[in-house]
Ligand binder design. Structure first.
Ligand SMILES: Cc1cc2nc3c(=O)[nH]c(=O)nc-3n(C[C@H](O)[C@H](O)[C@H](O)COP(=O)(O)OP(=O)(O)OC[C@H]3O[C@@H](n4cnc5c(N)ncnc54)[C@H](O)[C@@H]3O)c2cc1C
Length: 247
């Protein structure tokens, strides 16, 4: 049962992403038909900088729905069920997750939290527990199969698997949902595992669409103050009141 590390692969994204967002924005304010403008956009007649400036200006005004036309699809592995449980709380997204009903968990991989890894005593206890779970799973499979549960044995035996069990998931989000996701999950207050995963996803988005994602990230990076309040702030940015009074 090996320890696992988070790996994010960008499977696909909407082609001609910037031009598509630009066309969607333009249709809102343009008397003509963007269907006629589209071949010119693809031919590069309106250069990328001009499209990007137009898109940025409108996004600053709070008009964000046109960026919903562009989506990104990621394959993610090496994350715990604890992490995927947080991920799937994001409702404006589509998910396809590896099933513990159908995939055998006898040799499940696991995620070791860094804080536990740093303390030899905690690490040893964690690994002993994971080994015990693995053997309980196998024992249950054997008993259930001999009791006639057949293919259904996995769906019962999985109840002993821990939140640390590794999972694989495919996720699709549109750009607007991704901005919300990054604002929440790249924050230092977010849990370490989902934050690491979000940072990998953001780096991939920036490569494709820097015009939109260069300014994405934790909310404080756009606001230049911390909206989390005194109790939760990490101290990286001043709190809102201090920022507005120039302290
Ligand atoms: C630091 C942190 C701590 C958290 N702690 C907890 C916790 O203790 N317990 C817990 O249960 N969850 C917790 N969460 C999860 C959190 O409450 C959200 O469920 C999760 O972050 C998804 O965010 P979202 O709703 O903005 O995203 P999405 O579900 O993708 O929604 C995107 C946006 O669409 C809009 N929207 C979606 N659905 C609705 C709706 N039904 N009505 C109105 N508007 C809607 C909202 O504007 C929302 O921001 C935590 C999240 C973070 C980042």
């Amino acid at each position: 049962m090996p320890e696992s590390q988070c790996r994010v692969t960008l499977l696909s994204h909407t082609p001609e992403a910037l031009s598509l967002v630009y066309a969607a924005f333009r249709q809102c304010y343009h008397q003509g038909f963007v269907g006629d403008m589209w071949p010119r956009l693809l031919a590069g007649e309106i250069n990328r900088d001009k499209q990007a400036a137009f898109v940025s200006r409108l996004m600053e005004s709070g008009h964000e729905s046109p960026i919903e036309h562009v989506s990104f699809t990621f394959a993610i592995e090496g994350i715990s069920r604890a992490c995927t449980h947080q991920l799937v709380r994001h409702r404006i997204a589509s998910f396809s997750q590896q099933s513990q009903r159908y995939v055998d968990g006898s040799e499940f991989d696991y995620i070791l939290p860094p804080a536990i890894a740093r303390i030899p005593e905690a690490k040893a206890r964690f690994e002993a527990f994971v080994a015990e779970v693995g053997s309980a799973y196998k024992d249950l499979m054997e008993v259930l199969e001999s009791a006639g549960r057949g293919d259904k044995a996995k769906e019962d035996a999985r109840f002993v698997l821990p939140q640390a069990a590794e999972s694989k998931i495919v996720v699709t989000m549109n750009c607007r949902s991704l901005l919300n996701f990054f604002a929440l999950r790249c924050c230092r207050r977010a849990q370490w595992e989902i934050r690491r995963m979000a940072e990998q996803m953001l780096a991939l988005c920036r490569e494709v669409l820097p015009e939109i994602f260069n300014v994405a990230g934790a909310k404080c990076e756009q606001l230049c103050y911390c909206p989390e309040g005194e109790r939760f702030t990490c101290g990286r940015y001043p709190l809102k009141d201090a920022a507005s009074s120039g302290e």
